[in-house]
Design a binder for this molecule. Sequence first.
Ligand SMILES: Cc1cc2nc3c(=O)[nH]c(=O)nc-3n(C[C@H](O)[C@H](O)[C@H](O)COP(=O)(O)OP(=O)(O)OC[C@H]3O[C@@H](n4cnc5c(N)ncnc54)[C@H](O)[C@@H]3O)c2cc1C
Length: 426
Amino acid sequence: MPNTISVTPLWMQNVQMPPPSAQPLPNHVDVLVVGAGYTGLSAARETAAAGRSTLVLDAGDLGAGCSSRNGGQVAYSIKPTFNSLKAKFGQDLAFRICREGLDAMTYLRSLANQGDDCGWRDDGCFFGAHTAGHFRQMARDAENQPRGLEQKISVVPRAEQHGEIASDFYHGGCVYHDDASVDPTRLLLSLLRRAQESGARVADRCPVSAIQSTGGGFEALTPRGIVRARQVLLATNGYSGPLSPWHRRRVIPIGSYQIATEPLGANRVRALIPRGRNIVDSRRVVVYYRPSADGERIIFGGRAALAEKDPLACVPRLRQMMARIFPQLKSVTVSHAWVGWVAYTFDTLPHLGRHDGIYYCMGYCGQGVPLAPHFGRRIGQQMLGLEEGRTALDGLPFPSRPYYHGRPWFLAPSVFAYRLIDAIGI
Ligand SMILES: Cc1cc2nc3c(=O)[nH]c(=O)nc-3n(C[C@H](O)[C@H](O)[C@H](O)COP(=O)(O)OP(=O)(O)OC[C@H]3O[C@@H](n4cnc5c(N)ncnc54)[C@H](O)[C@@H]3O)c2cc1C
């Protein structure tokens, strides 16, 4: 393997990231947000725009979390089906939870189309069926969408699949026409600009190592001193560490790995994915891929390891996974490989609310591109006491499991079992 593969996400290659912040921190703020990804910046924009002095701190450089390094796929992102939510919560709440997923897409579309160029593309998504049974199920689901939650979906039989993808790997699939793609880093920078223009201060390389309640507020310990805040929001998602053991017991950090091919040329990429759509498939161990924002490369991602690994160590497996779908790319050069930590939850729903007085918003199960800006905005509004901040997820229990303290020991056996199921083709 050539040692020239960059571990910086491709998206960050041609953008000017802001220099690390050096200013002293304020001693007091109204609102302290921990985590400067889509969630934290979206919340900060709301609180700052309402006149609350707002400080956002991030442990790493800006973009250290998922929000600079994801796949940029924008899809309806509530994982449990309407029927499973209905069985658990009843028809009305199930409907409202699913609506949040659609509202999140609408909100992101409106954000991405105002002001900054975030590389937004309304190209839709092809959802490939891994087995003939999956295809039949997909076609049934497309026919029987719950009323009021309909998405525009076309069923693509296997015989017509080359119109979507130059591969025989799938048994047909469905096109989700309302899905879109975005350049994740440019979206992050756009949310940063909005938060800062509303008056929020953002400081990176400044981990919060402890938060203590002081009765009327909180004290946060950082390497640059103590910050006192009336309100605190944890927006740490898959990077939720020892700072809050309660949250750490409720999110499961899972590495998601991506590679970018060398520039292949727009014609070659178009030949592989003729309509330029995002592609995902129905396997348990999900893969997701798409043309790069400039249409010159393929960006391919998925769960490439049983246990977490260096992104470079995952390159051979990702290449192999890509070549099973596109044998044409068997010997293509990979130029970038990177990893980020998504946050799963035990009920596969996002969660937002307040615990011990500290606000939180996290757990997008790998689908926070639309969900994090939406729920980040909502939690910011909740911090302001605004009615419009209410969501269908408010008050839902945020489950943990016995013996789980933040290290997902069950991940390797689960991924192994899922790979077996995928290989058998169930
Ligand atoms: C490879 C990959 C591909 C993905 N693809 C997609 C996709 O195509 N579509 C989709 O919808 N979603 C995708 N996702 C998921 C999506 O990127 C995330 O759900 C979303 O970015 C979460 O945003 P966030 O702001 O909540 O968290 P993050 O952006 O992860 O930010 C959390 C931040 O908290 C900071 N932090 C943690 N602890 C502290 C502390 N103690 N003090 C200060 N700061 C702290 C971290 O440094 C980090 O920057 C993908 C993720 C990855 C990794």
